[in-house]
Ligand binder design. Structure first.
Ligand code: NDP
Length: 345
């Protein structure tokens, strides 16, 4: 089968469309024919290499896929050949105390499929292998491309806002990268909960996109003072929740934008991990600092109900052939993407 492979860390010239062996499935696995695969920042982290994390080579990236089941293991009864599915990218043992108490993310064997797995085990290929438990029936109202745009960012944004930050009606939520992969989901989740997203963007096109999703408050970080605008929008009170994934470049502004007793929830650090916190403000303002990572299958299922009802919609920037994975990654790295980039094998 054809797959987008890299064998060494580096720039996008490490990515090569190659012929590799088809995955072999175990008794609890399924084989899916990938009809569309999402791009995520993890694909870039894996290709660049992350200190302290071993990326298994040769590596096929891709943690979001939608396609048809073409093979099922001998023990699989939950899906059958021909089913249209999307994937939950969190892999865990499913038998330990963490997994059986609904905390699969705390399983000692927890991995993100297509990021921490391998060799040759991700969505950016013609065929992909996953445990049957990771497959979810595709909502009937979605195309393969739309379905592939959702899982990783939808479950991450859902966990950040709903499970961790406990978003409530009326909350002001500062969303960095409002038109990015996570951002477009976060804006829609806010509206679902009758909260008030304040979406930060860096182009007119992205501003138009978040407005079309229903965001009333939009800040262009190129031309506006984000903090001053947050103070104006919230009547000097500050936001209830800061939705963080940019890291070093925005952490200080996120903290300053937060109301007393507010919550900052963070899942990433695109611009760097070294983001200092002045502890005096943390205790005096009694703010909540929450980490959040991916989401559980249950959180993805909960969020997908609102995709089925049309209250959360997929947002696609571009659909490209798998051969153009490098172009997709460059577009993400240069903050051009508005919504999700999709690769079609
Ligand atoms: P995208 O590239 O789709 O969006 C990121 C957005 O961040 C960009 O659109 C850009 O928006 C904004 N941004 C980039 N640099 C800056 C800056 N200096 N200041 C302000 N805003 C900036 O990425 P994703 O939304 O998919 O992911 C974002 C991060 O979250 C990544 O680091 C990723 O690894 C992490 N992540 C972590 C997950 C987890 O489970 N822990 C899951 C998913 C993502 P604009 O230019 O319009 O302001």
């Amino acid at each position: 089968m054809k797959a987008m492979v890299f064998r060494d860390h580096g720039e996008v010239d490490q990515l090569h469309l190659e012929e590799i062996p088809e995955p072999t499935i175990g008794p609890n696995d399924c084989l899916i024919r990938v009809r569309a695969a999402g791009c995520n920042y993890n694909d870039i982290w894996a290709r660049r290499g992350l200190p302290g994390m071993k990326i298994i080579m040769p590596h096929v990236s891709g943690s979001d896929a939608a396609g048809e089941v073409v093979g099922v293991g001998s023990e699989v009864a939950s899906v059958k050949a021909g089913d249209r599915v999307l994937v939950h990218p969190g892999l865990s043992c499913r038998v330990c105390e963490a997994c059986t108490s609904g905390n699969e993310l705390f399983c000692r064997e927890f991995k993100i499929w297509g990021f921490q797995t391998g060799p040759n085990d991700g969505a950016h290929a013609e065929l992909a292998k996953l445990p049957a438990v990771n497959l979810i029936p595709m909502p009937a109202n979605l195309s393969f491309e739309q379905a592939a745009s959702l899982p990783l960012v939808l479950e991450t944004a859902w966990r950040m806002l709903v499970t961790r930050a406990r978003i409530a009606p009326g909350d002001f939520v500062l969303i960095w990268g409002g038109a990015g992969g996570l951002g477009v989901m976060a804006v829609q989740i806010c509206l679902l909960f009758n909260a008030r997203p304040i979406a930060v963007v860096s182009s007119d096109e992205k501003a138009a996109l978040v407005r079309s999703l229903g965001a009333e408050h939009v800040i262009d970080r190129r031309t506006e003072d984000v903090l001053a605008r947050v103070r104006e929008i919230t009547g000097r009170r500050g936001v209830d929740i800061a939705f963080e994934h940019v890291g070093e470049a925005t952490w200080a502004q996120s903290l300053q934008s937060l109301k007393w007793g507010g919550t900052i929830v963070v899942c990433g650090a695109t611009t760097g991990f070294d983001a200092p916190t002045d502890l005096r403000f943390l205790w005096n303002k009694q703010q909540n600092h929450l980490g959040s990572h991916l989401g559980t299958k249950a959180e993805l299922l909960a969020a997908l109900r609102f995709v089925e009802s049309g209250q959360i919609r997929p947002v696609i920037d571009q659909v490209l052939p798998l051969a153009d994975a490098a172009q997709a990654q460059t577009r993400m790295e240069s903050d051009q993407a508005a919504g999700k980039l999709i690769l079609v094998p």
